[in-house]
Design a protein. Structure first.
Length: 334
């Protein structure tokens, strides 16, 4: 159901009830094209792996499709998009969906790793080269990408950008894309299994970065909620329907929604990092145990060598590192 259909008789949109929030949709050609392209490329990668007899985890497919592309669809074509020109809070929720939730869903699908595995050797090489290029390295550097997300939000709300975008549809679409790209620059490199970040960005460091990023993501919402001056005030004062809350109250609701969603998103984001950390540690332990088993295998006796000959002590008996400690805890035949 489109916004034009809803407003046909009265010249304005009817009151935004819970039912309309869940049922009203308005197609957005640009967003729909982006969803089809992203979904088609991802599906092609999954099918290509399957034809080679390789499996791509179903949870990753579901995260990409429902949390990633689904959030993109909700932000650009649901009632949030229909009512964002008359109420501030739907626009605020839209923007948080685009720069926080949709990038998280896309990143959980790990499209970078899928692309490297699915593409031919030359294409995979080009993709890896692009991920390690100077510009991409700079933009995805954790502190830089975090600042870009924060600056993008503040620029939208505290410059004429947002109000101008409300007046001009193409600029509004560009704003959607900007938010999605800014959020993806931080989330995709952090969650991918490809080496897209500097070597010092180990899993503990990534967990710390995600925690700090969660705190920073709340800043725009706090500023919006407490700001005394109306954001795009001239527009919303002119277009606010009679059934809407006070314009100042509307802005406070939008800021509160931004804070709430930002903090809720940080939890699954951090959980995803911890799961990756646990799996990497488990894989490292398996490799280490295999190495220990190989090194501790009893050697065959050498003919003619006296049994009481003094042997050189193995290195692991005096090594103080992790490998030495683990080896001393094990004995041949354990």
């Amino acid at each position: 159901m489109s916004g034009m259909t809803l407003s046909g008789a009265t010249g304005g949109l009817p009151e935004l009830t819970t039912g309309r929030l869940l049922s009203v949709w308005e197609p957005d050609a640009a967003a729909l094209l982006l969803i089809v392209v992203l979904g088609g490329l991802y599906g092609w990668g999954v099918l290509r792996l399957r034809r080679r007899g390789e499996r791509w985890p179903l949870p990753r497919v579901l995260a990409f499709a429902f949390l990633g592309l689904g959030s993109l669809a909700v932000a650009t074509m649901s009632a949030l998009a229909v009512y964002d020109t008359e109420l501030f809070w739907p626009a605020a929720v839209q923007n948080v969906l685009l720069d926080l939730i949709a990038p998280l869903g896309l990143a959980l699908g790990d499209p970078l790793r899928l692309g490297v595995l699915a593409l031919p050797e030359r294409g995979a090489g080009r993709l890896k080269a692009a991920m390690t290029g100077r510009l991409v390295r700079f933009l995805t550097f954790p502190l830089v990408s975090t600042v870009l997300v924060l600056a993008s939000e503040l620029c939208i709300y505290f410059t004429p950008y947002f109000e101008t975008a409300l007046r001009h549809g193409p600029l509004h679409e560009l704003m959607y894309l900007q938010l999605l790209l800014a959020g993806s620059l931080f989330v995709l490199p952090v969650l991918t299994r490809e080496e897209a970040l500097p070597a010092w960005c180990s899993h503990p460091v990534r967990a710390a970065l995600v925690f700090v990023d969660g705190l920073i993501d709340a800043v725009p919402g706090i500023v919006v909620m407490t700001h005394s001056t109306l954001i795009a005030g001239a527009w919303y004062l002119h277009h606010a329907p009679a059934w809407a809350p006070d314009v100042h109250r509307d802005q406070q609701i939008g800021g509160g929604a931004m804070i709430t969603i930002a903090e809720l998103v940080s939890l699954p984001f951090l959980l995803a990092i911890l799961v990756q950390w646990s799996r990497a540690d488990r894989a490292q332990r398996v490799v280490l145990d295999r190495r220990l088993d190989a090194e501790l295998a009893p050697a065959a006796p050498v003919e003619g060598r006296p049994e009481d000959t003094e042997l050189v002590r193995p290195w692991w008996e005096t090594d103080g590192g992790t490998v030495g400690q683990r080896m001393r805890q094990r004995r041949p035949g354990d």
